[in-house]
Write a protein that binds this ligand. Sequence first.
Ligand SMILES: [Fe+2]
Length: 396
Amino acid sequence: MKYLQHTIITLLLAVVSTIGAGAQDEVPMHFTCLPYLQNVTEDEATIIWATDRDAVSWVEVAPDDDTHFYATERPKHFSTTLGKKDIGTMHRITVKGLEPNTVYRYRVYSKEVTKNADMDTRYGRTIANDVYRGRPFRFRTMNPGEKALHFAVVNDIHEDAPRYSRLFQQVDSASLDFMVLNGDMVNNMNTIEQPFNGFLNTSSRLFATSIPFYMVRGNHETRGTQSQRYMDLYSTPTGKPYYALRRGDVCFVVLDAGEDKPDSDIEYNDLAAFDQYRTEEAEWLAETVKSDIFASAPLRIVLIHVPPGGRDWHGQIEVNDKFMPILNTAGVDLTISGHLHEHQFHPKGSAGFNFPLLINSNMDILDIKAGDGAIDVKIIDDSGRMKKELHFTPDR
Ligand SMILES: [Fe+2]
């Protein structure tokens, strides 16, 4: 994943190819969020972006060869539902049938819909990222033979995009395989613009056109009138906020701790049902730790926003009671959490867990290399100062 320079150049040049004429607009439709990659596997990738007006959208994909993007008509992949093209301001397309460990170029298009009435659909301008003066976006599909991984983790950004950007800049992004956003990236989800303005735009600007990220749901992502649209923004192997995946030697188990107070709390307006949700998740977790992707993995890392251990708040008590009995006997090599806005490290066995627990501060980024039977973590602040190094090897 070494396309950041190209990405930045392309972002600067991105926009606009005018194909149609909009009737209404002095100011043309524009991208409010450039594409970000989700759930890139050996044979598919999901690409998500946003515009300020309703549009139909598609993505063109080309091999990373020496042909110009304009050399030929490139295959078009449309955003569709039940056989019809979607109209909206959020655009989400899964490109399938890709080859493993292969670099692809891509270009996203949105065509403004100015009117959508019965038998009368009208269109405005079409916009796309520039592939003439700029470089197309690129991504690499997962390599089934990959061993060593390089990834980084941030959490509790709470819509502070400048801090997120400073933290990201402290890692060597040229060798990053992916990012992990470990929850509470927003303050709440009262508008769908909050995640875009709070961190998604920044993700696309910094890396996510070419490097995917894995999202972990924090308790603040569960809040707000738009919080049930959470899965519109992300793609996961299960289609749910909790999931497991294998990358290189590592099986990652991503858990959703839900809200931190009892479901009946006045803050939730009688809309929370997280006890039942966590029970269902625990049933999934019990099956997952028996699955081949977990059992056969040389290294196993759990990502969960709310750390286990405390007995003060209901969410933590639920995590302790429902998830920990499963994880404590599963053979977990490292659990990474956030939520507390301070660094804590609990060695294996020290706090009642059968694995080491690393809680990351909201002011630091974890720069992690995993493979060859070891996990190496550097804890770095937003000025680039390395505060601590940790080394883990399986001890099951
Ligand atoms: Fe939190």
